[in-house]
Design a protein around this ligand. Structure first.
Ligand SMILES: Cc1ncc(COP(=O)(O)O)c(C=O)c1O
Length: 416
């Protein structure tokens, strides 16, 4: 018997409302969205009633390789023949093999890996490592940035998510993203680290000035501060290179990856760091415990993901599809100037900036009717994130562009 649609959609929504999240159920009901994900495959997700959407949200890149990628499923099935999660206290073949592969594709001389389960946990680990290594407390992040909802990650993020949980860890300061003078003004001998997303996604896919990260690297070196790069969304091919930061030709001290690393099948994240940070971890090998971090079955999912994204032509395909989107977006900007302010893009890390913060939620709603899953950015509702699976094919790109065109016309009809 299928696991999908065992009960009617109404019953499922009511059970979700009663036992999972009454607030979420109310939010979606009020928005007129009764979508419950059922079947999923490749670039598509289907509602329990069968309505099909092209997934241009992909949970921030979790579904880079599409839904239920058969190769990743096969790898997990093979792993399940012999393995389980393993024991996080012991030495492990799967973790060693995966770490070796991750290090081989990491920027510069990054050569060590700490595994986790969620992006927030991996960010927490990055900040813990920076503080413990430097014996300094201050951490600088970007206004509008997002690094997850665990303790230190939350403290590095925006006010709207932080305030109800105060007091949080002290020592966090936010500066405008892309502004080197503002960064330099707060750097000092107490600063442990700066942490930035390569392209802030929750702030609406903000593309930094081309020389920004070179400048950040220089300032970090000047003040003896560690550079933490959050590649949770921008890594693993999303920007047309293995890592978004590779496209800026900069090597951070610590790089955090997650989301697409699991192929959407088994959760796994990683904090990657340079050898010079290792003395602390060497002396304290049990200081960061994660029971499920680097679960052995998940390691095999990730090894397959890395095989796929390193195949010849994979990144070239991402860059080609990005070009098709770029041309399409420029046509959309010309055709819909009243509602569409600009398109933002690095590879398939893409966003549309709309003319008002009210438009993002409306646009998302229109997308559900039009057959496209696009979600507005949490820290800037005037921007809509567009992250299709990296395996999207050219005819599907044209379908997405055509649907966006219709959605922009519908938006104009509603607000003009
Ligand atoms: C850039 C970035 N960093 C970190 C995280 C946190 O990841 P997780 O939700 O797996 O904890 C997210 C999640 O959306 C993210 O977008």
């Amino acid at each position: 018997m299928s696991l999908i649609a065992q009960k009617s959609k109404d019953k499922i929504i009511s059970s979700f409302e009663q036992h999972v999240s009454s607030g979420k159920a109310e939010f979606f009901t009020q928005a007129g969205i009764d979508y419950v994900i059922g079947k999923r495959e490749g670039v598509y997700i289907y509602d329990l009633d069968g309505k099909r959407l092209i997934n241009c949200h992909c949970n921030g890149g979790v579904f880079n390789l599409g839904h239920r990628n058969p190769r990743v499923i096969g790898a997990v099935q093979r792993a399940l023949e012999e393995l389980d999660i393993g024991n996080h206290h012991l030495l492990s073949e799967a973790r060693a093999l995966l770490a070796e592969r991750l290090v081989a594709i990491s920027p510069g001389d990054i050569n060590r890996v700490i595994f986790g389960v969620s992006g927030g946990e991996a960010i927490d680990m990055a900040i813990k490592l920076a503080r413990a290594h430097s014996r300094r407390g201050k951490v600088i992040s970007a206004l509008g940035g997002y690094h997850g909802h665990t303790g230190l990650a939350l403290a590095a993020g925006d006010e709207q998510f932080r305030t109800p949980f105060e007091p949080l860890s002290p020592g966090f300061i936010q500066v405008p993203f892309g502004d080197l003078d503002a960064l330099e003004a707060v750097l000092d001998e107490d600063t442990a680290a700066v942490i930035f997303e390569t392209i802030p996604a929750t702030d609406g896919i903000v593309i930094p000035p081309e020389d920004y990260f070179t400048g950040v690297r220089t300032l970090c070196d000047q003040y003896g501060v560690l550079m933490i790069q959050d590649e949770v969304q921008t890594g693993l091919g999303r920007c047309g290179a293995l890592w978004g930061i590779d496209t800026y030709d900069v090597v951070p001290d610590i790089l955090v990856t997650g989301k697409g690393l699991s192929g959407g099948i088994y959760p796994i994240t990683a904090t990657l760091y340079r050898e010079n940070l290792n003395p602390f971890m060497h002396a304290n090998p049990f200081i960061h415990i994660s029971t499920f971090g680097g679960a052995e079955v998940g390691c095999y999912a990730t090894l397959e993901v890395l095989d796929i994204i390193q195949e010849p032509g994979f990144l070239e395909h991402v860059r080609q599809m990005a070009e098709v989107f770029e041309q399409g977006f420029s046509g959309l900007c010309e055709k819909h100037p009243d509602v569409l302010v600009e398109s933002r893009q690095r590879g398939l890390m893409m966003g549309l900036k709309l003319a008002s913060p009210q438009f993002g939620p409306l646009f998302t709603r229109i997308g559900f009717d039009a057959g496209l899953l696009v979600i507005y950015a949490g820290n800037d509702p005037s921007a809509v994130q567009i992250l299709p699976p990296l395996i999207i094919q050219e005819p599907q790109v044209h379908e997405v562009l055509g649907t966006l065109d219709g959605m922009l016309s519908a938006l104009e009809g509603m607000v003009m």
